[in-house]
Design a binder for this molecule. Sequence first.
Ligand code: PGA
Length: 259
Amino acid sequence: MKNLLIISNWKLNGNKYLIDNFINKISHVIKNYRFPIIIAPPLLYLDYMQQVIKYYKCDNYISLSAQNIDIHNYGAFTGEISAKMLKDIGIQYAIIGHADRKIFHNEDNSTILKKFILLKSENISPILCIGETKKEYQNNQTIIVCIKQIKNIIENLGILALQNTIIAYEPIWAISNNTIINPIYIQKIHNAIRNYLMKFNYEISKNVNIQYGGSVNCENISSILKQPDINGVLIGKASLNIENFIKILNIINNNFYSC
Ligand code: PGA
């Protein structure tokens, strides 16, 4: 039986109505699922969603993640939120280095490292997104690029920093665009990441949670999760519609947890 983790990233979508409806509907089925779920709503709704999750008694099954944090903990940085604030309201995870942040906010490896450090100091688990551009993919640089992004953390903080860290491999060119990507290819990248980590620490390489993200849906979920080195998926668009998301969760439950 695989230890899977499913992450739903709402990006800049949703409102109170969607949250109420989503958690209400999922609360009827969630107790059947034998894998944890993390939801990353827009930052503004984290606190509200947390209350709704408690109201529907889903807090043992669903955790919340921020989609981003600032590189500072406090100060004159209008419009930002910090790791300390997430800690204050009891959030356990934060996505950093997402492709959308790299594309639209020029987030680079040094920014990601700063955010990683702040999360660790507040005991919040980073969901560290890594991945290559289309050009890098076409030039066969995927593994080199992904390893460079992980090396950025290991060289500065040591391999143990990857404990309680989730790595999400997300090819930038396959996000939000229904790209059909070969699961064997995804497996190859996940395996290369694990082999790289093995040089530093066997336990971490074996146990670190490596997710896949990029146009995951009902049709491709099973073939992706069947791959041995993939520990779960980070789903954007296909998780926004609750009926569709439950369909995906049922496929996972039926195919990977039937005994
Ligand atoms: P997508 O998004 O599933 O819509 O491609 C993935 C993500 O947010 O990382």
